[in-house]
Write a protein that binds this ligand. Structure first.
Ligand SMILES: *[C@@H]1O[C@H](CO)[C@@H](O)[C@H](O)[C@H]1NC(C)=O
Ligand SMILES: *[C@@H]1O[C@H](CO)[C@@H](O)[C@H](O)[C@H]1NC(C)=O
Ligand SMILES: *[C@@H]1O[C@H](CO)[C@@H](O)[C@H](O)[C@H]1NC(C)=O
Length: 224
């Protein structure tokens, strides 16, 4: 019985893939590139341009330009066409690698990788996609441009999100501890107050009983 349902469950992803083929092929999502590179490390300059008509055959070329901090013009640094990349600028010779779509002319990920980042790599990069969509009777050209400004730092700095979540964690731990302490003090007070009350009550009761019995005794004495 259990085996049957487990087997049936196995079919779910298969059916899902059959009906949503585009998802299982790795849907294209245009994620923004990182912008902080660390000195001496590698850095991936991300640039994704999704093909809007997924079912239409297409091919794309990707070009990268660079304008370093202080320069006022972009320089062509890299060109990718027909599954081959060319470095176009002396500063990047043997320092750039293709990091985008592999083994296809239908490029949607045009990312490149800088090896051994230096401070001189600080600046703005321009990524340019030139795409040809091939329809049965005609071709259609589209293009897309993205700008990425990167900052080179000596050491990796942590993102604000991670710092914030850590701070939140400490705040909540301290808050909980404080709440626990307040609760404990409150309970302790209540318990000791109740104890005193009980003591006072029993004392009063004792007195009442004694006076009552005295009265009774007195009454008895009077009656006698
Ligand atoms: C990007 O290129 C670098 C250097 O060639 C390589 O180490 C890395 O695995 C590549 N990553 C991808 C996703 O292609
Ligand atoms: C990276 O560049 C620095 C300075 O240009 C150099 O000293 C170092 O050897 C290089 N590292 C690698 C792995 O290429
Ligand atoms: C950075 O640029 C300066 C000026 O162009 C040059 O002298 C220097 O060698 C470069 N540094 C690196 C690590 O490429």
């Amino acid at each position: 019985m259990l085996k049957m349902s487990a087997l049936r469950l196995l079919w779910v992803p298969v059916l899902f893939c059959l009906t949503h083929a585009w998802l299982c092929h790795g849907a294209c999502v245009e994620v923004d590139s990182d912008t902080e590179a660390v000195l001496g490390n590698g850095f991936k300059l991300g640039c994704i341009s999704c093909k809007m008509r997924g079912e239409v055959p297409a091919s794309a070329t990707v070009d990268w330009w660079f304008m370093s901090k202080g320069e006022s013009d972009f320089t062509h640094i890299y060109s990718y066409a027909d599954m081959t990349g060319y470095v176009m600028d002396d500063r990047f010779v043997e320092r750039l690698d293709w990091n985008g779509s592999k083994k296809t002319v239908d490029v949607q990920d045009g990312s490149i990788y800088i090896l051994n980042v230096t401070y001189n790599d600080t600046g703005t990069y321009r990524c340019y996609f030139d795409r040809t969509l091939t329809f049965p009777n005609y071709e259609f050209h589209t293009n897309a441009t993205k700008f990425i400004t990167i900052n080179v730092v000596g050491k990796a700095t942590r993102g604000t999100a991670s710092i914030l979540s850590e701070v939140m964690m400490y705040v909540s731990i301290i808050g909980l501890q404080f709440w626990l302490l307040v609760e404990m003090i409150y309970c302790y007070r209540k318990i000791s107050a109740a104890g005193e009350e009980a003591l006072r009550e029993s004392e009063a009761e004792y007195l009442a009983i004694t006076s009552e019995s005295k009265d009774n005794c007195a009454g008895v004495a009077v009656a006698e």
